[in-house]
Design a protein around this ligand. Structure first.
Ligand code: SAH
Ligand code: F3S
Length: 484
């Protein structure tokens, strides 16, 4: 009652009535995300921005005043999935005509105003750098007008926005450290949808992690399209670093330093990071990983193809030999390191020989996991403009299957290496297959399940690994680890 009186009071002095909504969160936001972890984290930032505008999140689409879908453009299939979802919203809107629908993320950036024409259900289109403008845009939409903001930014990192953790297990969380990508791989739409690369102030990163620690989170994954390229020199685009003052250049913080700072400041917190681009990864990062027990011994190190000809066509700025040398050095410095890959089958002009090079490289590295895709041409990319998508779908699919089959063999090979060992596992939830078992991950990111006994969510437990499948280790707890 008091709050409302205060608002009316302020209102007499000419302040907008919207303050009343700010104080009592009455509106319902349904937000869902497709695509990468960065999108999941962005949705948490959006939920935080809209919480200040009177929106509480709801899990029930039918109840929503505002529905937001955070979209992915990486492959055509991802876009088709989102379009199907929009049809579902359409059906729900029939019973709830006041419901407004907004599209966020990469498809919003790629399609811009066209979205409003193509999908009548859409009222709002907001690109990844424009979320701060959501309060204004939502106001427009509530007044019955369509609203679009897809301006990309030079310095937006949402450093000061404290994300509302959505669907959180309360144990592990994402913290974004860079936005955008400057790499211009010829097949990839990300540089167009997420703009140029910029890094976030390390102080704000440390503060966010501190607040997560206070809330009892135990594991942080530092996120970026290309984390090894992290470079803080006072703000601004990575590509403008050379123009920065001598002082700014001398005091710049790179990824290895950032990791070292985080791991030192929070010795009880586990750290992971994703994604690493081989061309930007330096051995300092591996040395920092070796130095800190709390940095997980796992790197997602996509290569896309094992053929030099394809790497060149893809504008991946390293050769197969340089990649294998990096891998050898990684295994030398941290022998227990596990690696995972992304591969694209059937990129423009890929021959059978190129494909065999990919399989051969996989045999040399023996990745523990893989994320494998058939090439999907994306409008606006250099490959779409200059190269022919000439590999028939049947061949793409056959090659992809061969890559997947080989990865399965390697995943089992790597899983077996863990059997017999005692490994520290962070409990993240109940096993999908049995409510009598916990699930968590070891430092190498492999899922471990074991009987619950008296352990709880968020405990670090030493588990003796007894057996395995390709994707899961099965064991028994032998006690708490010294990290609790
Ligand atoms: N920043 C990350 C990757 C981002 S996209 C990196 O450095 O690798 C995630 C993965 O999607 C890519 O690694 C690639 O394997 C895949 N991908 C990207 N564009 C694709 C396309 N046009 N067709 C098929 N797969 C694609
Ligand atoms: Fe895409 Fe290459 Fe960047 S895959 S996200 S352009 S590193």
């Amino acid at each position: 009652m008091e709050q409302i009186e205060k608002v009316i009071d302020e209102n007499k002095q000419g302040k907008p009535l919207v303050i009343e909504q700010k104080k009592s969160n009455t509106k319902k936001l349904f937000i869902e995300s497709y695509g990468c972890q960065m999108n999941m984290n962005d949705s948490e930032i959006v939920a935080s921005i809209l919480a200040n505008e009177g929106f509480n999140t709801t899990q029930k689409l039918e109840d929503a005043d505002l529905v937001l879908v955070n979209t992915c453009s990486i492959r055509e299939k991802a876009e088709i999935t989102v379009r199907k979802r929009l049809q579902k919203y359409n059906a729900v809107k029939k019973n709830n005509p006041k419901m407004k629908v907004g599209v966020l993320g990469c498809m919003a950036e790629r399609l811009k105003e066209k979205f409003l024409e193509e999908e009548k259900i859409v009222d709002l289109v907001v690109g990844p750098d424009a979320y701060r403008d959501l309060p204004n845009l939502v106001e427009e939409v509530e007044a019955g007008r369509d609203a679009v903001n897809v301006i990309l930014s030079k310095d937006e990192t949402y450093a000061d926005v404290s994300p509302v953790r959505l669907n959180s297990n309360g144990v592990s969380a994402f913290v974004s450290i860079t936005r955008g990508c400057d790499n211009m791989c010829t097949f990839c739409v990300v540089p167009f949808t997420r703009g140029r690369e910029r890094s976030r102030d390390p102080k704000s990163i440390i503060e966010e992690i501190r607040s997560m620690q206070e809330k009892n989170f135990k594991e942080i994954t530092l996120l970026g399209q290309n984390v090894d390229s992290y470079l803080w020199y006072g703000g601004g685009l990575k590509k403008d670093f050379k123009k920065a003052s001598e002082m700014a250049q001398a005091t710049a913080v790179g990824f290895a330093q950032l990791m070292d700072m985080c791991a030192t400041e929070f010795p009880k917190m586990r750290f992971r990071f994703s994604t690493s681009n081989p061309q930007d990864m330096t051995l300092d990062v591996i040395h920092v990983m070796a130095k800190h027990k709390n940095i997980c011994k796992y790197i997602h190190l996509p290569i896309q193809s094992g053929s030099n000809r394809m790497l060149k066509a893809m504008n991946r700025l390293h050769t197969r030999e340089e990649y294998l040398e990096l891998v050898e050095n990684i295994y030398k410095i941290v022998p227990e390191m596990n690696l995972s890959q992304d591969m694209i089958a059937g990129f423009c002009g890929e021959t059978e020989e190129d494909h065999l090079d990919t399989l051969d490289l996989m045999r040399k590295v023996k990745y523990s996991f893989g994320f494998m895709f058939a090439y999907s041409e994306r409008p606006g990319t250099l490959a779409a403009k200059k190269m022919e998508d000439d590999i028939p779908l049947a061949i793409k699919k056959r090659r992809l299957q061969e890559i997947i089959d080989l990865q399965q063999e390697h995943s089992l090979y790597r899983a077996k290496e863990h059997v017999g060992q005692i490994q520290e596992v962070l409990i993240e939830g109940t096993s999908k297959k049995s409510d009598q078992h916990w699930k968590g991950r070891n430092t190498q990111n492999t899922v471990v399940v074991f009987p619950k006994e008296n352990y709880k969510m968020g405990d670090f437990v030493n588990v003796k690994i007894e057996e395995c499948t390709t994707a899961t280790l099965i064991g028994n707890a032998v006690g708490y680890s010294d990290n609790n």
